[in-house]
Design a protein around this ligand. Structure first.
Ligand code: HAM
Length: 419
C-alpha cells in the first residue's frame, strides 16, 4: 500500500512547535483586548459568490487559487482564501451596523489557497487578522497599524519594516488608470499574458507584476500616490501625521498595490528580509467600498491579516527565544502494584490542585520510570513503595541538585503549591 502523506502545501504543527504558536496566539489576543477589539469566529467555507464579489473576480486568489466545489445540495462553496470577506458577511448578517462605531473585530483563522508551494507559501495557512467597520478617518488606520507594531514589539520581532501607500478611491483611480494605460499600451505586446489580461480588467495590478520582461515598464509607470484626488491626499497626509505622532516608523512605498480588489486609500505591509522570497509577514488596508459591493450600506472599513507561519519563521530566523512546553513539577514512581495505584491516585489529586504531575502508564520497572522522569525534565521525583504507603510519607527529590526531603503524602500538594 502507498504511504499517505499530508497533502501538498499543508503542514502539521507538531508538539515541539506548539508552545511558540500558543504564545503568539495569547499575545495577539492580549494586544487586541487592550485595544478593545473583540474576537469573531467565522465559518471555514462560504458561498463562492461572497469571495467573487468581495475579494474580486479578477484577482489571482479568486480566479486561480480557491478551493471551490459543489456541495451535495448543488451549492457552489469555497474554502475561505482569507478572512475579510467572511467577517464582512457576518457584520451585515448579524446587524453589527447597529452596534456603536467603530466595530473592531479580530480573528485567528486557517485560510486555503491553491498556490505554488514554496518557503513561507502554503495551501493551508493561518492568519491573525483585524477588521474595523464604521470609521473612515486616518486615526483609525494609524491605530490599527499601531496595534500591529505593538504586537511585533511584545513578541520580540525586530528587523521588520512598515511600508505604506495609498491607492486612492474610484474617483482618482479612474483618472489614474487612463494615465497608466497610456504608459503601458506601447509595450503591451512585449509583456506577459497576465499583464495583458489585467490591462483592461484591473490595470493597477500590473504594477505588481514580478515578470522580468515587464519590469522596465512597471518600474517607470506613474504612481497612483502622485495622482490622488484631494480627499485621498488629505487622508494619506493624515495617516502619515498620525503615525508620526505615535512614533511609528514607516516608509512610503509607491509600489504596494495589494493582491485583492477591495482596497481603497491606505494599503500597508510589514516586510522582512528573512522569509526568503515571501517577505510579507502582514498586509492590509482600507476597503471603503467592500460592504456596498456585497449589498450592504456604505460603510468604511479597514483591516489586516498576518501570516502566522511567516511570523514563526521570522521569529526563528531572528533567534527570538520562544516559549517551550511546560515540564512536570513532579514525577511519582510506584514500586509494585499497590504503590502504582497510590501513585496514580496522588497524581490525580495533584492535577486537581492545578499541579502538572506525571506517573507511570507503561508498567515500567522503577529504573525505567526514573529514566523516563529524567527525560520529562520533572523538577521533583518521589518514589512510593509499601513502606512509604504504610508510613504516609516519602522522600521528595529535587532533580537539579539531588537534595532530598521527607514530606507527608497528605501534605505533598500543599508543599508543591507553596514552593
Ligand atoms: P493577504 O496579503 O492576501 O491579505 O494575506 C495576508 C498575509 O497572509 C500575507 O502577508 C502572508 O503573511 C499570509 N499569507 C497569504 N498567503 C499565504 C500563503 N499561501 N501561505 C502562507 N502565508 C500566506 C489578506 O488576506 C487580507 N484579507 C488582509 C486584510 C484584512 N485586508 C484587510 N483586512
Amino acid at each position: 500500500m502507498t504511504k499517505i502523506n499530508a497533502p501538498k502545501g499543508t503542514r502539521d504543527i507538531l508538539p515541539t512547535e506548539i508552545a511558540a504558536w500558543q504564545q503568539a496566539e495569547r499575545q495577539f489576543a492580549a494586544v487586541c483586548a487592550r485595544y478593545g477589539y473583540q474576537e469573531i469566529r467565522i465559518p471555514t467555507f462560504e458561498s463562492t459568490d461572497l469571495f467573487q464579489r468581495g475579494v474580486g473576480d479578477t484577482t489571482d486568489v479568486v480566479q486561480k487559487e480557491m478551493y471551490t466545489f459543489l456541495d451535495k445540495g448543488g451549492r457552489s462553496i469555497s474554502l475561505r482564501p482569507e478572512g475579510t470577506a467572511g467577517v464582512v458577511r457576518s457584520y451585515l448578517e448579524n446587524g453589527m451596523a447597529s452596534w456603536s462605531s467603530p466595530v473592531r473585530l479580530w480573528y485567528n483563522i486557517t485560510a486555503f489557497r491553491y498556490e505554488n508551494v514554496q518557503k513561507g507559501r502554503y495551501r493551508e495557512f493561518h492568519q491573525f487578522g483585524c477588521e474595523v467597520f464604521g470609521a473612515d478617518g486616518p486615526v483609525v488606520d494609524a491605530e490599527l497599524i499601531s496595534l500591529l507594531a505593538l504586537f511585533f514589539k511584545e513578541i520580540g520581532l525586530g528587523q521588520t519594516s512598515l511600508r505604506i501607500n495609498s491607492i486612492g478611491c474610484p474617483v482618482c483611480r479612474t483618472a489614474y488608470n487612463q494615465l497608466l494605460k497610456a504608459h503601458i499600451q506601447p509595450h503591451l505586446a512585449d509583456m506577459c499574458p497576465t499583464c495583458n489580461d489585467r490591462f483592461e480588467k484591473n490595470p493597477l495590478r500590473i504594477i505588481d507584476c514580478k515578470e522580468h520582461k515587464c519590469q522596465p515598464v512597471t518600474k517607470t509607470a506613474p504612481a497612483l500616490l502622485d495622482h490622488l484626488c484631494p480627499d485621498c491626499q488629505t487622508h494619506f497626509d493624515g495617516l502619515c501625521t498620525n503615525l508620526d505622532e505615535l512614533g511609528i516608523a514607516y516608509t512610503v512605498d509607491r509600489g504596494i498595490v495589494r493582491g485583492l480588489d477591495y482596497y481603497t486609500r491606505t494599503v500597508f505591509e510589514f516586510i522582512s528580509d528573512h522569509v526568503g522570497t515571501q517577505g510579507t509577514i502582514c498586509g492590509g488596508g482600507r476597503y471603503d467600498g467592500l460592504i456596498e459591493s456585497i449589498d450592504g450600506p456604505h460603510t468604511p472599513g479597514i483591516g489586516f491579516a498576518l501570516g502566522v507561519e511567516r511570523l514563526m519563521m521570522e521569529l526563528n530566523s531572528q533567534g527570538v527565544s520562544v516559549a517551550t512546553l511546560p515540564v512536570p513539577l513532579i514525577y511519582i514512581a510506584g514500586l509494585g502494584a499497590a504503590a502504582a495505584t497510590k501513585a496514580r491516585q496522588i497524581t490525580f489529586l495533584l492535577r486537581q490542585q492545578g499541579i502538572y504531575a506525571e506517573t507511570d502508564l507503561m508498567n515500567r520497572s522503577l529504573k525505567a520510570q526514573m529514566k523516563f522522569a529524567g527525560k520529562t525534565g520533572a523538577t521533583y521525583t518521589l518514589v512510593l513503595g509499601d513502606d512509604e504507603i504504610a508510613n504516609g510519607e516519602a522522600k521528595l527529590k529535587h532533580m537539579a541538585d539531588s537534595t532530598e526531603r521527607v514530606v507527608r503524602l497528605d501534605q505533598l500538594a500543599a508543599f508543591l503549591t507553596a514552593r
